[in-house]
Ligand binder design. Structure first.
Ligand code: 13P
Length: 256
């Protein structure tokens, strides 16, 4: 199976710094058939970085989009505007849900907007610490997947990626345990199976995100059902990010 290593730069690096960092990555990122490498800079940096990178070496993702294609929506950027510039878009990141009050309906509409503009949505799902302590993890994951993919056609699902990002593990000192990740990925796949059937549930790429880095990434990538990583902090450190891409390439080769 193909592996995905996706760097979410969040609100870091200005345009100049983004270009410099992309150039640094370009010096050592391998081009491997079994791995899709994606960087997600800020909206501002997408265009300049797009002009400078080799698109066989890395693809571009946006960190968000608005779901209407155009109109009087001051300050927003639509998937239609990103079309042709970004190949991926992160949708429903917990920071968007929490800090910007995005709800399931916004997220569902954004998934659809991405698909109708030929951009692959990376739908983020994950429970908060409180939901986890209350034993609600399974329920929350099923709800978020069901809602996010509600109006997606079965002919569109092959464009969708899902990222399991437990909120309590994002920006923390350690990722979720291997057992927790394996269990969550299974829950997500089962929900996809209910909605789209067995084949779809086995092939939809599911990534893990939350304090992944070079030290723990190889082990996480080896968990059954995990197809990649959505990386925050470690994606801003060139040797860490490149190391993760190399680890993913090795694992993809071993799995063949
Ligand atoms: P960290 O890897 O910094 O924990 O961030 C994870 C994340 O939110 C990626 O989208």
């Amino acid at each position: 199976m193909k592996k995905y290593i996706i760097g979410n730069w969040k609100m870091n690096l200005n345009v100049h710094e983004s270009s410099l960092f992309a150039a640094k990555l370009a010096q050592s990122l391998p081009i491997k058939r079994g791995v899709e490498t994606v960087i997600c800079p800020s909206f501002l940096s997408l265009q300049p970085v797009s002009l400078q990178i080799n698109h066989r070496q890395m693809k571009l993702g946006a960190q968000n989009c608005y779901w209407r294609d155009e109109g009087a929506f001051t300050g927003e950027i639509s998937a239609a505007q990103l079309r042709g510039l970004a190949q991926y878009v992160i949708v429903g990141h917990s920071e968007r849900r929490d800090v910007f009050n995005e709800d399931d309906r916004d997220i569902r509409f954004k998934v659809q907007a991405a698909l109708r503009n030929y951009i692959r949505p990376i739908l983020c799902v994950g429970e908060t610490e409180m939901e986890r302590n209350d034993g609600d993890t399974e329920h929350v994951l099923c709800d978020q997947v069901a809602s996010g993919l509600m109006n997606v056609g079965s002919d569109q699902l092959d464009q969708v990626l899902i990222a399991y990002e437990p909120v309590w593990a994002i920006g923390s000192s350690a990722p979720a345990s291997n057992d927790d990740i394996a269990a969550a990925v299974k829950v997500v796949r089962t929900q996809v199976e209910h909605m789209f059937g067995k084949t779809a549930s086995e092939t939809v790429p599911i990534l893990y995100g939350g304090s992944s880095n070079l030290e723990n990434g190889r082990e996480i990538l080896s968990i059954t059902g995990v197809d990649g990583l959505l990386v925050g902090r470690a994606s801003l450190i060139a040797p860490e990010f490149v190391g993760l891409v190399n680890a993913a390439a090795e694992i993809s080769r071993e799995e063949k």
